[in-house]
Write a protein that binds this ligand. Structure first.
Ligand code: CUA
Length: 338
């Protein structure tokens, strides 16, 4: 019997009623088994020690004001027992924890790699074979996935409750995390490190697809396979890189930065009181050097530049932004009058 199925059995025996989110990765049964083992050992000793204490407090209570405590002596036997037994338990717990930790820390060689970029306030996933990154991660069932993570700004933490995995994501350094999903479906990803005012918005999803379906999608080029023209490419890029902070909706909700619906061709008031016409050049400049001309009312917001964007991608983004509210979009030209 494999360790994983043993761990599964142990969880089923120990867990009882559902107390944790559904476990959906290969590490989940081991983590849960270790957790419940520690919990039940702690519970046993808590009841045994506090129970004995309460029993003694009642049994040996002072019955009259003149009653004196009977003299007590140390017991070598008792001291050996309460030293050796906990020591053995701790060594066993260390062994179980260490084995699980080693398995969680060393990604299998065949693992597929994904780059994870955390930023204030969102996640970006990039498969090395794909030319466009994604806001949500799509992975195959029952196949190891290795995440190579870094942050654009402050410390974040990549946390998937259902997979029982979590690791800090740091600026200017890579950290690695891996998992093998064991259930089809969609699972939440959270940021588990307080990273500023919109920390609680740093939520995304992992979609687990059947291996065959995933492989087909992956080979076709992922999200890019649906791209037909620059506007569509711009929409995809916007969704990943801009939508965590900028609304493209008609409601013009302020998420973090200025809403971008219907701004093309309008005048924008800047922090220094001057105005600028929102045209192709201004949009491009604001993507490349966001700090240069900041719209009034958004003084304190920090937008990082996107050095990874190619000229073609910036053009596509501008093309897409022009379609919001259709003030800059080129409609199909009318038929020529004779
Ligand atoms: Cu990122 Cu909290």
């Amino acid at each position: 019997m494999s360790t994983a199925s043993l761990a599964n059995l142990a969880v089923a025996a120990l867990a009882g009623p559902r107390t944790l989110p559904e476990g959906a990765s290969s590490t989940a049964p081991e983590v849960d088994a270790t957790f419940f083992l520690i919990l039940y050992i702690a519970l046993f000793f808590f009841v045994a020690i506090v129970g004995t204490m309460i029993y003694f407090v009642i049994k040996y209570r002072r019955r009259s004001p003149g009653q004196r405590t009977s003299p007590s002596e140390g017991s070598f036997k008792l001291e050996v027992i309460w030293t050796v037994v906990p020591a053995i338990i701790l060594v066993i717990l260390f062994y179980i924890g260490f084995k699980t930790w080693v398995r969680m820390s060393v990604p299998p060689q065949e693992a597929i790699e994904v780059r994870v970029t955390a930023f204030k306030w969102g996640w970006e996933f990039q498969y090395p074979r794909h030319s466009v990154s994604q806001k949500e991660l799509i992975v195959p069932l029952d196949y190891p996935v290795k995440l190579i993570m870094s942050s654009k700004d402050v410390i974040h933490s990549f946390y998937v409750p259902a997979f029982r995995i979590k690791r800090d994501v740091l600026p200017e350094r890579y950290t690695v995390l891996w998992f093998r999903a064991t259930k089809l479906g969609t699972f939440d990803v959270r940021c588990a490190e307080y990273c500023g005012t919109k920390h609680s918005r740093m939520i995304t999803r992992i979609h687990v697809w059947p291996y065959k379906k995933w492989r087909k999608w992956y080979q076709k080029g992922g999200p890019l396979s649906s791209v037909k023209n620059p506007i569509e490419l711009g929409r995809l890029l916007f969704d990943t890189k801009c939508s965590p902070c900028h609304s493209a909706e008609k409601s013009r909700e302020v998420i973090v930065g200025p809403p971008l619906y219907g701004i093309y061709g309008e005048k924008a008031v800047l922090t220094d009181g001057s105005t600028v016409t929102v045209d192709d050049n201004y949009l491009r400049e604001s993507i490349i050097t966001p700090q240069k001309k900041i719209v009034k009312g958004f003084e304190n917001q920090l937008m990082n530049p996107f050095p990874e964007l190619t000229t073609k991608q910036i053009d596509a983004l501008v093309d897409y932004l022009k379609t919001l509210g259709h003030k800059g979009a080129q409609p199909v030209p009318p038929p020529m009058k004779k």
